[in-house]
Write a protein that binds this ligand. Structure first.
Ligand SMILES: CC(C)(COP(=O)(O)OP(=O)(O)OC[C@H]1O[C@@H](n2cnc3c(N)ncnc32)[C@H](O)[C@@H]1OP(=O)(O)O)[C@@H](O)C(=O)NCCC(=O)NCCS
Length: 183
């Protein structure tokens, strides 16, 4: 799977992305926004493998963002499945049944503020709603993460629910586009 925008190529994460991701996930500034501690190279490699598993398991997943001008890995954007009751993601458990599809974004801090997250997220949203025929996307975002909330709003998401019952130390809210399924 591969998507392309004006400045970016979005492709599946690969073991060769380890150096690039080690920089992104080793950055305390990035990880603080995600409510987590910096990751080691070993943890980052496990993460890449889990992401590849996610694509195989659910036919959707996170893309590596590669800047066309210099082939630099800027971060990730794409999809992650969630259990809509417990708010546990498929990065932590092998989920089954009716799941929510999250659209998410993370860039290395030196690349913030250039419109890359929005550019990548628009391409991902259009692919999911178009080619995949999805009718709903969500984003799980901490209330203080203004940059992330702005990206969510720019792709057409609005605040749906505050303070999800998710197993995180910080409060998270649910942004969405499309209709809430009947459950
Ligand atoms: C959130 C994140 C992906 C945004 O990436 P980005 O490429 O800088 O975003 P964009 O440049 O596309 O900006 C989108 C909008 O948000 C605004 N914005 C971005 N960061 C902002 C910030 N820290 N404060 C206020 N506004 C911000 C931009 O000005 C832009 O709005 P505008 O077009 O109306 O001016 C990036 O900050 C990041 O990776 N953060 C750490 C990881 C993270 O928090 N991920 C999300 C978890 S829910």
């Amino acid at each position: 799977m591969r998507l392309e925008t004006e400045r970016l190529v979005l492709r599946l994460p690969d073991r060769d992305d380890l150096d690039g991701y080690a920089e992104v996930f080793g950055d305390p500034k990035v990880m603080k926004s995600l409510g987590s501690e910096p990751k080691t190279r070993e943890e980052t490699l496990t993460w890449i493998e889990r992401k590849r598993w996610h694509w195989e398991r659910y036919g959707i997943g996170l893309f590596s963002l590669i800047r066309k001008s210099d082939e630099r890995l800027l971060g990730r954007t794409g999809f992650l499945m969630w259990d809509p009751e417990r708010w546990i993601s498929a990065m932590r458990a092998d989920l089954e049944g009716e799941l929510e599809t999250e659209i998410g974004w993370t860039l290395g801090s030196e690349h913030w503020g250039h419109g890359y997250a929005t550019e990548a997220a628009v391409a991902c949203r259009d692919w999911a709603l178009g080619e995949l025929g999805l009718t709903r996307l969500v984003s799980v975002i901490a209330p203080g993460n203004i940059g992330s909330i702005r990206v969510a709003e720019k792709i057409g998401e609005t605040l749906e629910r505050e303070d999800l019952p998710a197993p995180f130390p910080q409060r998270v809210d649910l942004y969405s586009l499309g209709k809430l399924p009947a459950r």
